[in-house]
Design a protein around this ligand. Structure first.
Ligand SMILES: Nc1nc2c(c(=O)[nH]1)N[C@H]1C(S)=C(S)[C@@H](COP(=O)(O)O)O[C@H]1N2
Ligand SMILES: [Mo]
Length: 515
């Protein structure tokens, strides 16, 4: 093979390694944080670093295409550098790899010094670089074998070693290109919607949530916080990638068995009198003692008001809500119409627009019903229909069509398997009977008598309530159990019912050893 040809193929191996680096980085960024893409970070760094006159010149020459020009320039730069690294690694290993790691290091710096970056933002670039190094090394080894510089014994024929090189470099390069472009497009969408979300100023509620009552939050280390901060709020959905829905083009349609179909934009929704309500959201997949539950102050428009405009037919009994990603939930129409239940088209969560993962721009929140039958995120349509005629996502997969939340109680402290010192120990946790309210929580130790726990003040019947029982712990191993009684007088039963098909039931039990 001629020298020129060898150089061209070496440059191609370099290019494949660069594409693999960036492709892996984009895919990892999807999971870690879309803004942690090295392409984006280096591009932004260039914008920050180039002297003012270059920027002015580019804008003067290309106008609003300035970003496109930057991206093309970056692409050309990446391609040239990649070719040079390929050549270097081919002629003088390991200098190509050293160069790649150096450039990757600079990109890592660019990513981790961006606003809001955390250490984990380095991951996409670092993992991408590892992939790139592998491709660069293996690609150039195969090229040397093909050119007859490096011979394995016994040497394969030229045709075989050529095919090995082309399949490896071509295959990894093309696969990474396709996957990388897809991931980049998704990342770009998320970053754009994040910008839109950051610019939103939520209106003041027409009816504010009453202040958290005094004595609602017990001062006990390790107990579940009364209101769950957004960043630790549990997340359950079927979306591999969080949908990016632009609130400025979002519309909600009310369709089906209604007299008037209704369509509403985000701006129109924000202009309506919004109410605030604190509601505990709960997943049907929550095991006894599990943590798939959270409590937030939601801002939204009552669903019954929107339905009143649409005027549902008398024989309808279900609202099938649909998410932009195709998820559906079937909610009893009667529940949504109840005048004293704050079923909301929520736009705000604990004082901010809904986080992307929690359904931005609009989701449903229905007090008293499990999320799978009521809490549709990224909501786009509400179709009024009948349970006899329609079924929702999880109903099609074996879960009950209806999902009222079951009464539960949970021991937060002491945790299962922990060690505590003898003497006064606070056994504490939360209990909930959404939209009914908790009347009593009882604790028993080692199958002894049930003792009444002290209930904190509840925010409302739609939220969990904290409780505590002061226990005189004696040394040895102990079993602690809890049960709650709701406001109708129904006590949690001593059963062991799994989550499928309509929610787990049983007494939460923990074992502790007292020193
Ligand atoms: N679009 C969409 N909405 C959804 C789901 C989903 O998979 N997709 N899951 C539901 C379920 S099962 C629950 S428990 C709640 C969880 O809401 P969260 O992730 O905000 O806690 O969202 C509901 N809304
Ligand atoms: Mo759920």
């Amino acid at each position: 093979m001629s020298r020129a040809r060898q150089r061209a193929w070496a440059a191609l191996a370099g290019l494949a390694s660069a594409v693999v680096t960036l492709g892996i980085a984009e895919v990892v960024a999807l999971i870690v944080a879309p803004a942690a893409s090295p392409l984006l970070a280096v591009g932004s760094l260039v914008i920050d670093l180039v002297p003012g006159w270059t920027k002015d010149l580019v804008i003067a020459l290309f106008g609003t295409n300035d970003k496109l020009v930057l991206i093309i320039c970056l692409g050309v730069l990446v391609a040239v550098l990649a070719g040079v690294l390929g050549l270097l690694e081919y002629r003088r290993p390991p200098w190509g790899i050293v160069g790649l790691v150096l450039i990757g290091g600079i990109a890592t710096l660019a990513v981790t010094t961006r606003a809001q970056a955390t250490g984990i933002w380095a991951l996409p670039t670092v993992l991408g670089m590892i992939g790139g190094v592998l491709v660069l090394r293996l690609g150039t080894i195969r090229l040397r074998a093909w050119a007859g510089i490096e011979q394995a014994a016994p040497a394969p024929g030229v045709a075989v070693s050529r095919r090995r090189f082309l399949v490896f470099v071509g295959g990894t390069g093309i696969a990474a290109l396709i996957i990388g472009i897809g991931a980049r497009a998704l990342n770009a969408g998320t970053v754009a919607v994040t910008t839109v979300r950051d610019a939103i100023r939520l209106p003041k509620p027409a009816v504010a949530a009453p202040p958290i009552p005094v004595g609602a939050e017990l001062d006990i280390p390790g107990i579940t916080p009364l209101v769950t901060p957004n960043d630790v709020f549990y997340r359950i959905d079927t979306a591999l990638q969080v949908p990016s829905v632009d609130s400025s083009t979002w519309r909600l349609k009310v369709t089906g068995m209604v007299e008037n179909e209704v369509e509403i934009s985000f701006e129109e929704l924000l202009a309506l009198p919004l109410i605030e309500s604190t509601v505990t959201l709960m997943c049907v997949s929550n095991d006894v003692g599990g943590d798939l539950a959270g409590n937030a102050v939601w801002l939204g428009y009552p669903i019954r008001e929107l339905l009143a405009r649409a005027k549902p037919h008398a024989d309808a009994d279900m609202v099938l809500s649909t998410s932009v990603d195709g998820f559906t939930a079937g909610t009893p129409l009667a529940v949504l119409l109840e005048p004293d239940r704050d079923s909301l088209l929520a736009v705000g969560m604990n004082g901010t627009p809904l986080p992307l993962e929690h359904g931005f721009p609009v989701r449903m929140v229905v007090p008293g019903l499990y999320g799978y039958v009521s809490a549709t995120k990224w909501l786009v349509e509400m179709r009024v229909t009948r349970f006899a005629d329609a079924s929702a996502y999880w109903t099609d997969r074996g879960w009950s069509p209806k999902g009222p939340i079951k009464t539960e109680s949970r021991i937060d402290v002491p945790s299962d398997g922990s060690q505590v010192a003898a003497g006064r120990v606070a056994i504490a946790g939360v209990a909930w009977a959404q939209h009914t309210g908790i009347d009593r929580v009882e604790v028993r130790v080692d199958n002894g008598a049930w003792e009444k726990a002290r209930l904190a003040t509840a925010i409302s019947v739609d939220t969990w309530v904290q409780w505590v029982y002061e226990w005189e712990a004696t040394s040895g191993g102990h079993t602690i159990q809890v049960r709650a009684t709701d406001a109708t007088g129904a006590t949690q039963r001593d059963v062991n019912i799994p989550t499928v098909p309509n929610g787990a039931e049983g007494w939460h039990t923990v074992h502790v050893s007292v020193a």
